[in-house]
Design a protein around this ligand. Structure first.
Ligand SMILES: NC(=O)c1ccc[n+]([C@@H]2O[C@H](COP(=O)([O-])OP(=O)(O)OC[C@H]3O[C@@H](n4cnc5c(N)ncnc54)[C@H](O)[C@@H]3O)[C@@H](O)[C@H]2O)c1
Ligand SMILES: [Zn+2]
Ligand SMILES: [Zn+2]
Length: 376
């Protein structure tokens, strides 16, 4: 079938993206679903910094690539072997498919699924196939097995989680990346215990979800940190107990003083080495620093080595919130419905597909939290 999709032509375009237009809306041919694949009509797709990192070259991927990985939609057709989804079902796409059979999947860590890591890097579906082509036959790479900035997508069954059709799809979309990653970093990766002190560094769509996750987990203090004061104000509205602008002098000392030596757990969701170093500095003796921001592969951090040992510190990465997708999407949706995870407050704008370059310019300028593209 013919679809309209936003295709990244080359990485590293100059800003402003409103002028250089790195994404071009193209009419593409979408093949029918193969074995264990599903055709979905995309209804809503969120703009995440990880898409921006492909555009600006911080997360190099093969081009041309149909971008987008945070989405919700409706099943239109299922391929051979798909028995537990049917046309009409509402689904959320998760940006790491889980095969269920590799070693990490078997150990309950599907965020590390091995076949998925390989094919996500290669720009194919987990089957190894490209289902997107130009009229001249050129294959278009898939982004993280989803390619969500399009009216339809063919994805692996293993990339989808079924959700209740009562859940509005523009809210459902956020659960595929921002909520799963941010809340999961607090609940799964950091394993926050009631009464602990927590700091979150970087308050975009992902970091603000970590703030909400820390509150749900029962943190006694949730300290929200960013370089942008407007993000601090939103974090406060969402329930953060304290906010700090890390661009100001003396903030590390101020946080240490406030928390009697540092927080039990600091979560970095900014994607820069400076932010991770900052998060490490404000973590207390015996505490845990979790990092979820995605920096350029060549970036290195400088940490005081002896403190890891003599202070028994833990430094831990968190990918897709160390999630088990089916379990965690259901849990977080249930918390959302109870009003305990108001992730709808993070939706700052809705856009059309044709406004996508404007949307990424706004995200790059730090002027948006979560923007969602709506499809008819
Ligand atoms: N681990 C994962 O599975 C996963 C999933 C999705 C996104 N990510 C990554 O998480 C990060 C956040 O994504 P997002 O969509 O929320 O991005 P965003 O651009 O919406 O937010 C990033 C925030 O970090 C702030 N920031 C930047 N440098 C900072 C610093 N030195 N100190 C404090 N704050 C700083 C910015 O002002 C901004 O508010 C990105 O690196 C993204 O690629 C990781
Ligand atoms: Zn994302
Ligand atoms: Zn696997």
């Amino acid at each position: 079938m013919k679809i309209r999709a936003a295709v990244l032509q080359a990485i590293g375009a100059e800003r402003p993206y409103t002028e250089t237009k790195p994404l071009v809306i193209e009419e593409l041919e979408l093949d029918p679903p193969g074995d264990n694949e599903v055709l979905i009509q995309i209804k809503a797709a969120g703009l995440c910094h990880s898409d921006l990192s492909v555009i600006d070259g911080n997360r190099p991927r093969p081009v041309p690539m149909a971008l987008g990985h945070e989405a919700a939609g409706i099943v239109k057709e299922v391929g051979n072997g798909v028995r537990d989804l049917k046309p009409g079902d509402h689904v959320v796409a998760v940006f790491v498919p889980s095969c269920g059979h590799c070693e990490p999947c078997a150990e309950g860590r599907p965020a590390l699924c091995e076949p998925a890591a390989k094919t996500n890097n290669a720009g194919t579906l987990v089957s190894g196939e490209h289902r997107l082509h130009r009229a001249d036959g050129t294959a278009i790479n898939h982004h993280l097995g989803v390619s969500a900035f399009a009216d339809h997508a063919v994805v692996s069954r293993d990339s989808l989680v079924k959700v209740d059709p009562e859940l509005p799809l523009h809210h459902a979309a956020l659960f595929g990346c921002a909520v799963l990653t941010g809340v999961g970093a607090s609940i799964n990766s950091a394993d926050i215990k009631a009464g602990q002190t927590v700091a979150v560094v970087g308050l975009g769509g992902v970091g603000l979800n970590s703030v909400l996750g820390a509150l749900v987990a029962g943190a006694s203090e949730v300290i929200a940190i960013d370089l942008d004061d407007s993000k601090l104000a939103l974090a406060k509205e969402l329930g953060a107990t304290h906010t700090f602008n890390s661009g100001e002098e003396g903030v590390v000392d101020a946080i240490k003083q406030l928390t009697n030596g540092g927080v039990n757990c600091a979560i970095e969701m900014a994607g820069s080495e400076k932010a991770l170093e900052f998060a490490y500095q404000i973590t207390r003796r015996g505490g845990t620093t979790v990092t979820g921001g995605l920096a350029h592969p060549e970036k290195k951090v400088a940490l005081q080595q002896v403190s890891l040992v003599a202070e028994e510190r833990t430094l831990k990465g968190s990918y897709v919130g160390s999630c088990v997708p089916v379990r965690d999407v259901a849990r977080y949706v249930s918390l959302f419905r109870q009003g305990k995870l108001p992730v709808d407050k993070l939706l700052s704008d809705t856009l059309t597909l044709d406004q996508i370059n404007e949307g990424f310019e706004k995200l790059a300028a730090g002027k948006a939290v979560r923007q969602v593209i709506l499809f008819d």
